[in-house]
Design a protein around this ligand. Structure first.
Ligand SMILES: [Zn+2]
Length: 352
C-alpha cells in the first residue's frame, strides 16, 4: 500500500513520495524565508550540518545552528501517514546539546516538498532528540497538511514531544519565539488562532525590523532631498507593516471617505517619520489610514484636525480650491487620547 501524500489540491491521498527538496533547495528555502518581512539573514557556514548563520529578528541577533533534511515516507507500511527525517549518523551533533537562549538557537527542521505549491516545515526540539542512536523524527502527513490552512500548527510526536508544522512565512517568527522544549513564547491568555497569536507575539520585533530596514534605506540615500526621502518613507512604511496595522484599525477604509481599494490606501503618519522616535514611528495612534487624495492634503498640512475631531482647513486654500478638492465632504474624525499629542504636532505645521 502506498504512503499518503499531500495532493496539489491540499488534500491527502496515497501517492508517490515527493522527490525533493534537495540539500541546496533546502538551504535556498531557508535563506529566502529568512530574508523576507524585513528579516536579515546571512550564512557563516553552509557546507555541512549543522549549517550556521545569523538572523536579525529586529529585537536581537540570533546565532543559528540549523539541521534540516527533506521529509520522506516513514518506512513502516502499516503507518501510511507517518513521515520522518533521518538524521545522518555522521552529523556533528554539537548543536543538539547547545542550550536555546535569546541569542542562540538550534533548529531541527524537516521540509516536505508539497505539491500544493509551497514547502512545509516541521520543527522538532533538538534537545529531546540529542541522545537517539537512530536519530529519526516522525510527523504525520495530516499535521503537515494542517499547516496549509492554519499556517502554523502544533502537534506531538509519538513520545509526546511538541512539533510545529508551518509555512515558510512563519520560519522567522518561529525562530523569534521558540524557547527550550520547542515551546513558543506566547503570552498566556493571548486570543485567536495560533497563527494570530504568533503574529501578535512577534509584533514588537516586526516593528523594530520595519524601522531598521527603513532607516537603512534612508541612510543609503542620504543625499536626496527631504521631499524624495519622504516619498521613500511613504513607500516603505506607508505600504508596509504600519499600513497593515492601520488597515486593521480603520477596517480597510479611508478614515475620511468611502474608499476601500487596498492599492489606494496609505498608512499616513500624523507626526512625520523623520520627527518621530522609534516608539512613535510604529505607534498606531500616530497614523490615519487615508486614500491617496486625502493623504496628499493631510501630508502637505493643507488640512488638520482639532482634538474634538473637527476639520481645520489651511487658510492658503481659496474657496474655489476647497470646492475643487471637495474639502466640504470631509467628515470629522474620532480622536482617541493617544492621538492627541500627534495631532497637536500636526496642527502646529498647518500651512498659514
Ligand atoms: Zn479618502
Amino acid at each position: 500500500m502506498p504512503y499518503n501524500q499531500i495532493t496539489p489540491a491540499g488534500t491527502i491521498a496515497p501517492g508517490a513520495d515527493p522527490k525533493g527538496p534537495s540539500r541546496k533547495e533546502i538551504r535556498d528555502i531557508i535563506e529566502t524565508a529568512l530574508n523576507k518581512d524585513d528579516f536579515s539573514f546571512s550564512w557563516s557556514s553552509r557546507n555541512r550540518q549543522p549549517y550556521e548563520g545569523t538572523l536579525d529578528t529586529g529585537s536581537n541577533n540570533v546565532s543559528l545552528y540549523i539541521y534540516a533534511w527533506r521529509i520522506s515516507n516513514g518506512g513502516r507500511k502499516n503507518l501510511p501517514s507517518e513521515k520522518r527525517i533521518q538524521i545522518s549518523q555522521t552529523v556533528d551533533n554539537v548543536g543538539f546539546h547547545r542550550p536555546i537562549t535569546a541569542g542562540q538557537k538550534t533548529l531541527l527542521l524537516g521540509i516536505y516538498d508539497s505539491p500544493s505549491g509551497t514547502p512545509i516545515f516541521a520543527a522538532w526540539d533538538a534537545a529531546s532528540n540529542a541522545s537517539h542512536t537512530q536519530k529519526s523524527c516522525q510527523v504525520q502527513v495530516e499535521d503537515l497538511c494542517a499547516a496549509l490552512t492554519e499556517h502554523i500548527h502544533e502537534c506531538q510526536d509519538s513520545k509526546g514531544n511538541t512539533i510545529f508544522t508551518f509555512l515558510p512565512d512563519y520560519l522567522g517568527d518561529y525562530i523569534d519565539l521558540v524557547v527550550a522544549g520547542n515551546a513558543l513564547a506566547i503570552p498566556a491568555g493571548a486570543a485567536g488562532t495560533l497563527d494570530k497569536k504568533v503574529k501578535a507575539a512577534t509584533l514588537p520585533s516586526r516593528k523594530k525590523r520595519a524601522i531598521k530596514s527603513t532607516d537603512k534605506i534612508l541612510a543609503q540615500i542620504g543625499n536626496l532631498s527631504s521631499t524624495e526621502r519622504t516619498a521613500v518613507t511613504k513607500q516603505r512604511v506607508g505600504q508596509g507593516l504600519f499600513k497593515d496595522l492601520l488597515i486593521n484599525k480603520y477596517h480597510n477604509q479611508c478614515a475620511l471617505c468611502r474608499i476601500t481599494t487596498y492599492q489606494m490606501l496609505i498608512g499616513s503618519h500624523i507626526k512625520a517619520w523623520k520627527d518621530s522616535n522609534d516608539t512613535e514611528k510604529m505607534d498606531e495612534n500616530n497614523g490615519l489610514l487615508l486614500c491617496a487624495h486625502h493623504d496628499a492634503l493631510f501630508d502637505k498640512h493643507l488640512i488638520s484636525f482639532e482634538d474634538t475631531g473637527d476639520l481645520i482647513v489651511s487658510p492658503t486654500l481659496s474657496v474655489a480650491e476647497q470646492h475643487e478638492l471637495q474639502i466640504g465632504a470631509i467628515p470629522s474624525i474620532t480622536v482617541t487620547s493617544g492621538m492627541k499629542p500627534y495631532l497637536a504636532d500636526h496642527r502646529s505645521k498647518l500651512k498659514k
